[in-house]
Design a protein around this ligand. Structure first.
Ligand code: ADP
Length: 444
């Protein structure tokens, strides 16, 4: 009954109006005019209530609804109730937003939201200090206009965000930034930027230390191995027991020299991003000369080292670096293939780019070792590796050289049957789409 009170009031009003119109008609005899006036009055009253409602809804500060009874009172109450509920929800959401904004403002890492077109939507305070974004001027600007480093543009457009990107900050060359991008929603991107200057400096110190130690050790080692050579040249005058010791010292000295050379080469490869002396390299001449070196390395073991190459094939890059990468692969093939085994060098070109492969009929590699082969000092079998005079750095050098040439490495191997190491160099035009990471794959 109470719930429908407004209906009761409305009916009472309508009945009152009809009675008054009827009375008016009885008194004046003009029923039609009285009823018309009655309904016109009712319509005017309704219009007034509608206007009150409109005025109240329009005014955001108006807290209490205007006084009214019956149907209009119920409408005002219902609106008021809805308005209060919406205010409470809005208040709660605002509190959540305020907390999120406070926490992101306190973050030391920059957080940036970018829409599917690559324009800036939102960022926190750290984005202003790390990247120099300006609030609110930069809102709606393409991010590529503000972060102009070509490496960032490549990374952003490639949409392969498994590995983070490291670049200097656009506002301070001494600050090193690490960038992570996450895709979400309809192609939107969340960019996280971290200041890794300190880690970078430590990493740099480690590289400098290794490079300096290697460099400093080279001279004393050259002197020692030089004297050992002279002593061994005059071995006829030596006690046979000493001769054997000296031979071993010379052998280990040679290994140390190889190790220092490889460490220095790696340090050099790490210090710059792209080869300085990039020019077209004739692959046939390069591989032929590596084949000659491999034949010399094989010596008495008489490996069959064949070469199969599309003539006139050229590859843009640093000849010295490419020579060192391919030599490492070919020498490994010789080292890890028993005497009289086969080693085949191939080079060919297709729509994807230029490929150079080194296959052998050697001992092969178990599949679980393959993903780790290019790590420094990673060896499948340490004793066998030291027997072959390996440094454990050969494939790390290959990986670095390929990274610098935007190429990838794939490895397929079957235990006791042989291995194939293939270098894939993208064509300059599709260089953007091919990964810069040395990727590894195995078949078994
Ligand atoms: P190392 O100087 O010890 O040869 P590398 O980095 O060149 O170091 O190679 C890493 C490891 O990968 C080697 O210890 C070896 O076990 C394995 N390896 C590399 N090439 C081959 C190959 N062609 N056949 C079998 N194993 C190989």
């Amino acid at each position: 009954m109470l719930k429908n009170a407004w209906l009761w009031t409305a009916l009472q009003r309508l009945t009152g109006l009809l009675t008054l119109s009827l009375l008016g008609g009885l008194i004046t005899g003009y029923y039609g005019v009285c009823f018309a006036l009655g309904f016109a009055g009712y319509a005017l009253w309704m219009l007034r209530q509608t206007l009150r409602l409109h005025t109240w809804l329009e005014d955001p500060d108006q807290q209490e609804p205007p006084d009214a009874y019956g149907l209009w009172g119920s409408i005002f109450d219902r609106f008021y109730h809805l308005q209060r509920r919406e205010q409470r929800v809005r208040g709660r959401m605002q509190a959540v937003i305020d907390r999120i904004q406070e926490s992101t403002a306190a973050l030391r890492d920059a957080v940036i939201m970018v829409d599917a077109e690559g324009t800036l939507d939102w960022w926190n305070v750290a984005a202003e200090t790390l990247l120099g974004l300006r609030t609110p001027q930069d809102s709606g600007q393409p991010i590529s206009n503000l972060l102009r480093d070509p490496r960032f543009k490549d990374y952003f457009d490639k949409r392969d965000y498994r590995e983070p990107l490291e670049i200097p900050s656009p506002i301070s060359l001494h600050t090193r930034l690490q960038i992570h991008i996450t895709l979400y929603g309809a192609g939107d991107r969340l960019i996280l930027v971290r200041d890794i200057t300190r880690v970078h400096q430590l990493e740099q110190m480690r590289k400098d230390f290794v490079a300096n130690v290697s460099h400093e050790l080279r001279t004393p080692l050259t002197v020692i191995t030089g004297y050992l050579e002279t002593l061994l040249d005059n071995s006829a005058e030596l006690n046979p027991r000493w001769r054997r010791a000296l031979q071993q010292m010379q052998q280990q000295g040679g290994r140390m020299q190889n190790l220092l050379n490889d460490l220095l080469l790696l340090a050099r490869l790490e210090t710059t991003d792209y080869p300085a002396d990039s020019k077209p390299v004739a692959l046939d001449l390069l591989l032929l000369s590596i084949q000659q070196d491999a034949i010399a390395l094989s010596g008495e073991q008489h490996h069959r080292i064949s070469i199969n190459i599309d003539s006139q094939l050229k590859l843009k890059g640093s000849e010295a670096e490419l020579r060192s990468a391919f030599s490492n692969l070919v020498f490994n093939a010789v080292k890890y293939t028993p005497a009289e085994g086969n080693v085949q060098l191939r080079a060919w070109q297709d729509a994807e780019g230029t490929h150079i492969s080194v296959s052998d009929s050697g001992i092969g590699i178990a599949p679980h070792h393959i993903p780790r082969l290019t790590e420094r000092f990673y060896r499948v079998d340490a004793s066998r590796s030291s027997a072959t005079g390996g440094t454990g750095l050969g494939l790390a050098i290959v990986k670095h050289v390929l990274l610098r040439h935007k190429a990838t490495l794939s490895i397929t191997s079957v235990l006791d049957q042989g291995s194939t190491f293939t270098c894939h160099f993208p064509n300059p035009s599709n260089g953007q789409t091919t990964g810069t990471q040395a990727s590894l794959e195995s078949s078994h």
